[in-house]
Design a binder for this molecule. Structure first.
Ligand code: 6GU
Length: 226
């Protein structure tokens, strides 16, 4: 899978993609991630990528031209499945979206900034809009890193069997059960006896009960969605 990220602050995206699992996915050739500075397509002599809004008091708005040129150049090189705009005024990204997007070949992620983006970008160039939650960030970059992480970790070969995405919270609609490691008794704080019993069937039942109870108490909305 290839992901092209368009941003006005590429520095913000360097660290997340150069560490840990995302880096491993890149090194293994499973995820090909390219970060582009939208300013590179600005025809303005000061490399500006924003301008005053037509409506008074609306602040600065990202201009359509550099974004259109950037997207056009990428589209001339390969076919993209989606052009995704990261913005708080959109539907909230879920595990289902991550699952679906992980099946795609080429994605463009466009990071919003300033007060907004010329609506014509959204109307004519963007195919999918996502928010990562009901709060406002200074820009779409951290959201793009989060969305990319959620997608890339699902690609075959990125995670090992032990960390398989199939046992994640949300994959079966429930939160994960608690996990423990040695020592079995730390300062009198004990690991549940059942986990030391060696009875895999009972342990599986226990895990499912725990997952259900946790979900019911912390995220009952997930049960209602089933
Ligand atoms: Cl995708 N962008 C910004 N700027 N803020 C957000 C967001 C995205 N998702 C939640 N808040």
């Amino acid at each position: 899978m290839r992901i092209d990220i368009l941003t006005v602050v590429p520095e913000l995206l360097e660290s997340p993609f150069n560490h840990s699992i995302l880096k491993r996915a890149k090194d293994k050739g499973l995820a090909d991630i390219h970060i582009h500075n939208i300013r590179d397509w600005s025809s303005d002599k000061h490399k500006r990528v924003d301008d005053y809004a037509f409506s008074k008091g609306a602040g600065m708005v990202m201009s359509i031209e550099p974004i259109d040129k950037a997207i056009s150049e990428l589209k001339s090189q390969r076919i993209y499945d989606e052009v995704i705009f990261l913005t708080p005024d959109a539907r909230v990204f879920t595990q289902r979206d991550a699952n679906q997007l992980s099946l795609k070949t080429n994605l463009i992620l466009l990071c919003g900034h300033y007060k907004g983006i010329d609506q014509r970008v959204r109307d004519h160039l963007v195919t999918l809009e996502i928010s990562i939650g009901d709060y406002v960030l200074t820009g779409g970059e951290l959201a793009a890193a989060i969305v990319s992480d959620a997608i890339v970790r699902l690609l075959p070969g990125v995670l090992s069997d032990e960390t398989s995405a199939l046992t994640d919270s949300f994959q079966d609609g429930l939160l994960t059960p608690p996990v423990y490691t040695r020592p079995a008794d730390y300062k009198g704080w004990k690991v549940p006896d059942i986990l030391l019993s060696g009875n895999d069937l009972l342990i599986d039942d226990w895990k499912h009960d725990q997952a259900y109870e946790r979900t019911k108490s912390i995220r009952p909305d997930l049960l209602n969605n089933k």
